[in-house]
Design a protein around this ligand. Structure first.
Ligand SMILES: C[S@@+](CC[C@H](N)C(=O)[O-])C[C@H]1O[C@@H](n2cnc3c(N)ncnc32)[C@H](O)[C@@H]1O
Length: 248
């Protein structure tokens, strides 16, 4: 393709997400979530993205209700390639389910999209409402102390060839660190570095001491909290906070 006429759309961005983040049950995080989904009858995947976790569950023989919710239409368009799952365009806070699920999940750090206290409270309240009493909410978030954003810089740029032959280069650039909130851009460019698309995001990092009161306020009891995907303890070196919470 002529490089000068190359474009990069939101749909391309969703495709790249899928190529770079394939659901892999051999990977400990994906195994953790897949095991929880397999054991539940009705599952709500909040911030489902391209739907790969629920796709894998159905392909593995899950026969219960599977619902994926995400505000990003391009991500959902890829999710909708499977029609035996319910796909809903909404933010977590906009969900109006009432006692319909025995498991809610937020995989791949989607929980970090709740950047403000207000959104965190409204989202947790909607997730709690969606669960039956005793239902389970499983999610992971990067631990603030791991300072993962320090690796998000142009020196870690990577190249990718899309299925149609286009070659792209991508990198992250942190713009601002404001306490636990990190604002950064993701640039997709031609191989020579000429930008095609720049998008901005703010993610919120957590420590247990500030995360857990939000969960308790929303009506959750923390059943387990781990520091890694193999169920190791939370320590001063943990880079993740993996939470299994019960709806009270
Ligand atoms: C890192 S992706 C994770 C996608 C998917 N869970 C996975 O495992 O691949 C984060 C997703 O959260 C979604 N998201 C952003 N803000 C959200 C919100 N307020 N409520 C629900 N989902 C949100 C984004 O659109 C995006 O698809």
């Amino acid at each position: 393709m002529d490089q000068d006429s190359q474009t990069f759309t939101d749909d391309d961005s969703a495709l790249v997400y899928d190529l770079e983040n394939p659901w892999d049950p051999d990977w400990p995080a994906d195994r953790f979530y897949s095991d929880a989904v397999a054991a539940a009858e009705a599952v709500l995947d909040v911030g489902c993205g391209t739907g790969s976790m629920l796709h894998a569950a159905r392909a593995a023989g899950h026969t219960g209700r599977l619902v994926g919710v995400d505000p990003d239409e391009s991500m959902l368009a890829r999710a909708r390639r499977r029609t035996d799952i319910e796909w809903v365009r909404a933010t977590a806070a906009e969900m109006a389910y009432a006692e319909e699920f025995d498991l809610a999940v937020m995989a791949s750090n989607a929980f970090q999209c709740f950047a403000t206290d207000e959104d965190l409270r409204a989202s947790l309240a909607a997730i709690r409402r969606a669960l039956v009493g005793g239902g389970t909410f499983v999610f992971g978030t990067r631990h603030l102390q791991g300072r993962a954003w320090e690796e998000w810089n142009p020196s870690n740029a990577g190249n990718l060839t899309l299925p149609d032959g286009r070659e792209i280069r991508g990198w992250y650039q942190v713009e601002r660190v404001d306490g636990p909130r990190v604002t950064f851009t993701e640039t997709t460019a031609l191989p020579d570095g000429a930008p095609l698309r720049v998008s901005g995001t703010t993610l919120r990092f957590h420590i247990p001491e500030t995360l857990n009161p939000f969960l308790e306020e929303a009506g959750f009891r923390i059943q387990d909290q781990y520091g890694d995907w193999k169920r190791g303890p939370l320590t001063a070196d943990s880079r993740e906070i993996i939470t299994v919470a019960r709806a009270q």
